[in-house]
Design a protein around this ligand. Structure first.
Ligand code: FE2
Length: 292
């Protein structure tokens, strides 16, 4: 193996040193795939990635999702989405601001959610801008049996619109966001997902709900479902050992497995202190639950 791997968190994060994503050797790429099965958060250090090179690397992991915010796609490659609080001279936004500001697994509001999210750090702010992760395999493994029995084999309801979800708020820094979410509320159907998801490769069960997208439980009255969701979310955040905070360095290229993690953008930076990330997302399969 031509690169070095260092575990950086017991919550499943490792850093990779000495790997060039622009030109990976086939043997190294196979070793990287195995590292990703063992560590669902990988940070490849010291990369210099053009949007085309990032998209080309990402395509080696599966087909890429088309981005639904075409205004913020990178002009050099439409599969790369710009996340940024930068502004052009006319005041317009260069990228999506405050993306992912509540705990979630990417696109769980879609029938076939994103499997791998890849973020390349182009510019870090002077302060803030961390990305936080929770290993939901570890959360589920520690869940009391009585709670496991209540949710195994059940489905939760996920929806993209923040206007339907009292657990989240809409950032004031995001242009036209209220109109966007009101439109999505009307246009988008909710999706049900297994509350306990079996990992498609490892078979490990995970707690597959999030404060951002999970708004109800299928076939359960809200009077019972909302307190149960509250209890599960309290438990999810009850142990710092399941959590990893990534403090970005210039040139970091981080990718993670949405089938066993929740994550959140930590925020804490403000224009004119700017942050810019380039995101690519690898499509996933329909989540399922298989009894152990
Ligand atoms: Fe996200």
């Amino acid at each position: 193996m031509g690169f070095t791997l260092n575990q950086i968190s017991p919550a499943g994060a490792a850093e990779i040193i000495g790997f060039d994503c622009s030109n990976p050797a086939p043997d190294d790429f196979a070793a990287l795939r195995q590292a990703f099965r063992d560590h669902p958060i990988l940070c490849i250090r010291d990369q210099a990635l053009t949007p085309k090179a990032q998209a080309s690397f990402a395509r080696q992991w599966g087909s890429l999702e088309s981005q639904d915010r075409s205004a913020y796609c990178h002009p050099d490659d439409n599969d790369v989405l710009i996340l940024s609080n930068e502004r052009r001279p006319d005041g317009s936004q260069v990228g999506i601001v405050d993306a992912g500001d509540f705990w979630h697994s990417d696109s769980s509001h879609m029938t076939d959610p994103c499997r791998i999210t890849m973020l390349y750090s182009v510019k870090n702010p002077l302060q803030g801008g961390d990305t936080e992760f929770i290993n939901t395999n570890q959360v589920f493994a520690a869940l009391p049996d009585a709670l496991k029995r209540q949710i195994e084999g059940r489905n939760a309801v996920h929806h993209v619109s923040k206007t339907l979800n009292p657990r989240v708020t809409i950032s004031a820094e995001r242009e036209a966001a209220v109109d966007y979410y009101k439109r999505r509320e009307k246009e988008t159907k909710p999706v049900v997902q297994p509350m306990v998801r079996t990992h498609p490769e490892t078979g490990v069960p995970t707690l597959y709900i999030s404060p951002r997208f999970t708004i109800a439980i299928e076939d359960m009255d809200d009077a019972q479902a909302q307190p149960l969701l509250d209890e599960l979310f309290r438990f999810m955040f009850s142990n710092p050992a399941w959590r990893y905070t990534h403090k970005w360095k210039d040139g970091d290229f981080v990718f993670w497995d949405n089938a066993c993690l929740n994550h959140m953008a930590g925020g804490g930076y403000h224009y004119p202190d700017t942050r810019r990330m380039h995101r690519t997302t690898v499509a996933g399969e329909r989540p399922f639950y298989r009894a152990a």
